[in-house]
Design a protein around this ligand. Structure first.
Ligand code: ZN
Length: 442
C-alpha cells in the first residue's frame, strides 16, 4: 500500500514538564514541507538551531540514558521517543516541533495527548510519494541478555517480550501487527514506568526530576503506586511504543517483523544503525540497477556507480569497447592538474608507476564489478605480478588501459593489463583481486 507524504493541517501548542530534567517546556507543532522530515527547533537558543530527527543526530553520550536524545552542535533535545512514536503511528512524515527548553514534555507518560492533538488539528496529504524501508535480510543485535531481531515482512509486526525478576512485573508478551488502528487502540496510551527501587536510584543521579506517580507508573512489589494500569501488559506495550519511536529515526517507517526481548533505547539504537547500514547497501544497489551497464561504453557517472574511488584517486575517466565481464579499454587523461604531480616531481612531472598499475586495476574493477554476480561488492588487490614500466608518462598524455579478465571466480579474479600512450606500451601487469561486500566501505 502506498500513500502520499503527510503533515498537519495547522499548528498547535501544548505545555508540560520534562520527565528527566524537570524543565517546564512549551512545545509547538507546525506543518513542514515535503521531504523536510521531522525537525526539532530550539527556539530558546541563539539562532534557533534545528535538530533533524535522524540517526546521525542521535546522542550516544547523553547524561540521560533512559531516553533517546538528539543533538546537533551544542543544541540538544531529550526524550524524543514518545512524540516520534506517535508521528510514526499516525503516518506524519514532515513536521517542525518548536521547543523552548531541552526536553519534550512527558504529559501523561504515554503518547495519547500528542495523538489526540494531531488528530484534532487534522493530517493532510502532500504531493510527494511517502517512503518506507522494507527490511531485506534478517538483522539482529544482542547485548547483556537483551536482543532484537528483525525479519523481512510486508507489514510492521512487533513481538515483544519483557522479563523482570520482579514479583509484580514478571514476564509480559505483546505480539501484534502494528497499523494505525492497532497503534491507536493498543499502544499509544501505554505509559512509561520504572521500578520503585530504580526511582530512588534515578533521583540520586539527578534524573527523573519531572517524574511523579501520574506521569510514570512506579512499580512496587504489590503493584503500581498511586495509579492503575490501562492494560495488564501496559509495560510491554510501552516498550513497543518506545521501539517504534526510536526506529522512526531512520527517517521513514520500516516494514518488518521485529522480535525483541527486554530491549531498551540503547539496543534500539544499535538495531537502528544496522537497519540504516542495510538500507544504504540496498539504496546503492538500486541506484546501480538504474544505470544501464549493458552499453559498449561507460562514462564517469557509470564508473562512479561501480567503483568507490573518488578524487584524487579515481584514475579512469571513461571506459570504451566493453565486452561485459571479459575485457575493456579504460582511458585516463593525464593533466598537470593531477594531484600527484605536485610532489612527483615539482620540477619534472612524471606519473608514478604504481598509479599506472592502479589505473589498470580500476579498469579491471569496472569490467569485473559490472558483472551481475559481483554486484554490491568491491575488489581489492591480492597480488600483482610481472609488472614492467617501460616509458615515462607526463602531463598531456592519454593513458589507455587495455585489460582482459583471464579468470573470474566468485571470490577471486585475475586480469592481464597493458597501459599504452599512443602505440607505445608504458606499463604492464598481471593482477589478482579478491572481493568483499561494498558495505565494508560504509
Ligand atoms: Zn518511553
Amino acid at each position: 500500500m502506498t500513500r502520499k507524504q503527510q503533515t498537519i493541517k495547522e499548528e498547535f501548542s501544548l505545555s508540560g514538564v520534562g520527565v528527566h530534567t524537570g524543565c517546564q517546556v512549551h512545545l509547538t507543532c507546525q506543518p513542514a514541507g515535503e521531504n523536510e522530515g521531522i525537525n526539532f527547533i530550539r527556539i530558546d537558543l541563539p539562532n534557533k538551531p534545528v535538530i533533524k530527527a535522524n540517526l546521525s543526530n542521535v546522542c550516544i553520550d547523553s547524561k540521560i540514558t533512559r531516553c533517546t536524545s538528539l543533538r546537533s552542535g551544542d543544541a540538544i533535545v531529550h526524550t524524543v521517543e514518545h512524540i516520534m512514536s506517535v508521528l510514526c503511528g499516525l503516518g506524519i512524515d514532515n513536521l517542525n516541533i518548536l521547543l523552548d527548553a531541552e526536553e519534550v514534555p512527558v504529559l501523561d507518560g504515554s503518547g495519547i495527548d500528542f495523538f489526540k492533538a494531531f488528530q484534532n488539528v487534522g493530517i493532510i496529504e502532500q504531493n510527494v510519494e511517502f517512503q518506507f524501508y522494507k527490511i531485506m535480510e534478517p538483522i539482529g543485535v544482542e547485548h547483556n541478555g537483551c536482543a532484537i531481531y528483525v525479519f523481512p515482512s510486508d507489514q510492521l509486526k512487533v513481538s515483544y517480550s519483557l522479563d523482570y525478576k520482579h514479583p509484580f512485573l514478571g514476564s509480559q508478551f505483546f505480539n501484534s501487527i502494528v497499523d494505525e488502528t492497532v497503534y491507536e487502540k493498543e499502544i499509544v496510551s501505554c505509559r512509561t514506568f520504572c521500578l520503585e527501587e530504580e526511582a530512588d536510584e534515578l533521583r540520586k543521579h539527578g534524573l527523573g526530576k519531572g517524574a511523579n506517580y501520574k506521569n510514570t507508573l512506579v512499580v512496587g512489589e504489590k503493584g503500581v503506586k498511586e495509579n492503575q494500569v490501562r492494560f495488564p501488559d501496559e509495560f510491554a506495550r510501552h516498550k513497543v511504543l518506545d521501539l517504534i519511536g526510536d526506529l522512526y529515526l531512520l527517517g521513514m517507517p520500516i516494514r518488518g517483523h521485529i522480535f525483541a526481548t527486554k530491549s531498551g533505547h540503547d539496543l534500539n539504537r544499535r538495531l537502528l544503525k544496522k537497519i540504516y547500514q542495510q538500507k544504504k547497501k540496498y539504496d546503492k544497489r538500486e541506484e546501480r540497477s538504474n544505470y544501464d551497464f549493458n552499453g559498449k561504453e561507460m562514462d564517469i557517472q557509470g564508473i562512479m556507480k561501480v567503483l568507490p574511488h573518488r578524487y584524487p584517486f579515481l584514475l579512469v575517466d571513461r571506459v570504451i569497447e566493453i565486452e561485459k565481464g571479459k575485457k575493456a579499454i579504460g582511458i585516463k587523461n593525464v593533466t598537470m592538474n593531477d594531484d600527484f604531480f605536485r610532489g612527483h616531481f615539482p620540477t619534472r612531472p612524471v606519473m608514478p608507476g604504481v598509479l599506472m598499475v592502479e589505473a589498470m586495476a580500476q579498469t579491471a574493477g569496472v569490467i569485473i564489478l559490472t558483472n551481475e554476480k559481483h554486484r554490491g561488492k568491491v575488489s581489492f588487490f591480492m597480488a600483482v605480478n610481472n609488472v614492467k614500466f617501460r616509458k615515462v608518462v607526463s602531463p598531456g598524455d592519454q593513458l589507455i588501459m587495455e585489460v582482459e579478465i583471464v579468470k573470474d571466480k566468485s571470490r577471486v579474479s585475475q586480469a592481464k593489463a597493458k597501459a599504452k600512450v599512443g602505440q607505445d606500451v608504458v606499463a604492464e601487469a598481471d593482477m589478482t583481486f579478491s572481493f568483499t561486500d561494498a558495505s565494508y566501505l560504509d
